[in-house]
Design a protein around this ligand. Structure first.
Ligand code: ATP
Length: 572
């Protein structure tokens, strides 16, 4: 397929401000895409060149992109820079300068989708000395071979800012409409996507083998599974309604969730909560799992916490220092860790997802030989609410976050916030205000001490049903000087010229700067109230919000949902 065909649709999507229209345009287009191109098309629509967990990045320095654009068009860099200043977007700059490129620069032939995709992967694979120049040369040839509007998207891809606003869920909707003529089948696609979070595989399987193929998609060791999450309750007694009788009660550790995979070749891969590959950060954990777990193959989950020399656990902030690419060896020495294993998803060729918790745990306990660095989550099994509460209090004295109550018969619900796991945290009992994980979608310029940075941020919750973001507060309190200084840089990549398609916002709240929903922050709120100015749920606003921290380990779609906020409001 020619790249230009996709470009026409991308242009159309860019002009669309409604999620439903977007789904329809996509569905109509996807059904016409040759099956061998569908995977590539889906990755590109999401602004990626691989599955999200493989995270293949082009690695072109930001300043070389504009330089390449200028060279491709045969114009002075200064001219490109001037247009860049006017448009604020490298894509529009590329489109404009390339419209005027001299005929002699036009290469023969048209850019196909596969040529583009192959070249982008080649660019990504180049490393070492001279690689920046080689990357840039390849980019120049792509820019020249594309049409001016095609170059707009190529330049944005190179900079990592190709954002059409189509999220995974919107694309699954569109795929379902395109290939099954029924949006309802999205549930089946979503289920498969939870086990195989690779949009290319999902789209290609659906296009080639239909829903039968989708139903057969199974676990593949080395490919992450979307993680199961917890529900919350507002009264301890409510847990009994949801999980009656005997239940497991585990400590809730405040560390980093890890999903560890071991394949038949003995290779161990670690994934974070966001499904990023974090294997290189934790060579010590890889080694421990290798020696302490007896299994040819496994997928297991646990929480990594930092410990001191005596094995006492240390706060989350200490562990965060292990998030690094460099000096890993030194940090392994300085900040030892321990993993508290709490689930087994796959073992020696067999999926454990549908097995009850009890059976998964039984096997987990059998195959793990405990050590200082690898152990199982602390837990009790009880049906007595008093005993449950006692365990909870004990966990607080150990300085853990609280407890997670788990159904003994519950299966592992990949990618789902189900009732088989219920969290109960110290914030709930100490009657502190709730914390929310919200997505930054806009900002207002700062004044006085805050000039040059942002004075306040517009924050939103996630509406998972509609796959949109709904505003819930304007956040200006709690931003330290350090955070304020960091904000413009952190957010600049996600700046967009207009309201992101998946954002619902009232006129009164429109910010001065828009951001693609990407960055998640933890916010403490005092109260939820009805508000005509916000779009969260039935129109709810968070009063007196205070910034606590960035939630680097969360994607925008993992933010607090509007439904959760609605529920909290209903309970007040
Ligand atoms: P919070 O903001 O309260 O940490 P969250 O939104 O990050 O919650 P939840 O689904 O509410 O995620 O809580 C589950 C998280 O708790 C897991 O992602 C995991 O990192 C952590 N955790 C700690 N101990 C356990 C445990 N024993 N079992 C499962 N998850 C645990």
């Amino acid at each position: 397929m020619e790249f230009q065909k996709l470009v026409e649709i991308l242009n159309e999507l860019e002009k669309t401000s409604s999620g439903n229209a977007m789904r329809e345009i996509l569905a109509e287009f996807l059904v016409k895409v040759p099956v061998d191109d569908i995977a590539v098309v889906c990755y590109l629509i999401l602004g990626q060149i691989s599955s999200e967990y493989e995270a293949v990045v082009l690695g072109i320095a930001d300043k070389s992109v504009l330089k390449s654009v200028a060279i491709a068009a045969g114009v002075e860099l200064g001219k490109a820079q001037k247009i860049m200043q006017e448009t604020g977007d490298v894509g529009l700059t590329a489109e404009r300068v390339l419209q005027k490129k001299t005929q002699t620069l036009i290469p023969v032939g048209k850019l196909t989708l596969h040529e583009l995709f192959d070249k982008l992967h080649k660019i990504a694979a180049l490393t070492g000395t001279g690689s920046q120049e080689a990357k840039s040369n390849m980019l120049i040839s792509l820019l020249q071979k594309a049409s001016p509007s095609g170059a707009k998207y190529v330049a944005r891809m190179a900079l990592g800012t190709l954002r059409l606003g189509a999220g995974d869920m919107t694309l699954l909707d569109a795929l379902s409409m395109a290939y099954t003529n029924d949006k309802k089948n999205k549930a089946l696609l979503e289920h498969a996507y939870n086990i195989c979070p690779d949009m290319g595989i999902i789209a290609e399987t659906l296009a080639k083998k239909g829903l039968k193929g989708i139903e057969k998609i199974d676990i593949h060791v080395g490919r992450p599974i979307k993680m199961m999450l917890c529900q919350r309750v507002d009264e301890l007694e409510e847990i009994e309604d949801k999980i009656p009788g005997k239940k497991a009660v585990e400590a809730k550790y405040d560390g980093e969730r890890v999903q560890a995979h071991k394949d038949l070749k003995g290779k161990i891969t670690l994934f974070s909560r966001r499904l990023e590959n974090i294997t290189l950060q934790f060579p010590d954990l890889v080694q421990e799992l290798d020696t302490q777990v007896s299994a040819k193959e496994f997928i297991m989950e646990g929480e990594i916490i930092a410990i001191d020399k005596e094995g006492q656990h240390l706060p989350f902030q200490t562990l965060m220092q292990r998030r690094r690419k460099y000096d890993v060896k030194q940090y392994v020495k300085d900040i030892p860790i321990q993993v508290k294993l709490f689930d087994l998803l796959f073992w020696n060729g067999k999926s454990f997802l549908l097995l009850p918790y009890e059976q998964r745990m039984e096997r987990l306990a059998k195959i793990v030989r405990k050590s200082k660095h690898v152990t199982l989550a602390d837990k009790i099994v009880t049906e007595d609410v008093e005993e449950l509460n006692e365990f909870f209090q004990q966990m607080l004295t150990e300085k853990y976050e609280g407890i997670i109550v788990k159904s003994l018969t519950g299966e592992y619900q990949a990618g789902t916030r189900g009732w088989n796991w219920i969290k109960w945290k110290k914030d709930y009992v100490q009657d502190l205000a709730d914390t929310f994980d919200l997505v930054i979608v806009g900002a207002y310029h700062g004044q006085g001490r805050r000039s040059g940075t942002y004075g306040a941020l517009l924050c939103a919750a996630y509406n998972e049903k509609e796959d949109v973001f709904e505003t819930v507060c304007k956040l200006g309190t709690g931003l330290t000087d350090e955070v304020l200084a960091e904000l413009p840089k952190k957010l600049s990549k996600y700046k967009v010229n207009q309201r992101p398609v998946r954002l619902k916002v009232k006129k009164e709240m429109e910010p001065e700067v828009w951001f693609e929903p990407k960055i998640v922050v933890e916010v403490l709120g005092a109260e939820l109230t009805k508000s005509p100015f916000h779009t969260c749920g039935s129109g709810l606003a968070l009063r007196f919000p205070r910034f606590l921290q960035f939630r680097e380990n969360k994607k925008a779609e993992q933010a607090t949902t509007s439904k959760e906020i609605e529920k909290m409001y209903g309970m007040k």
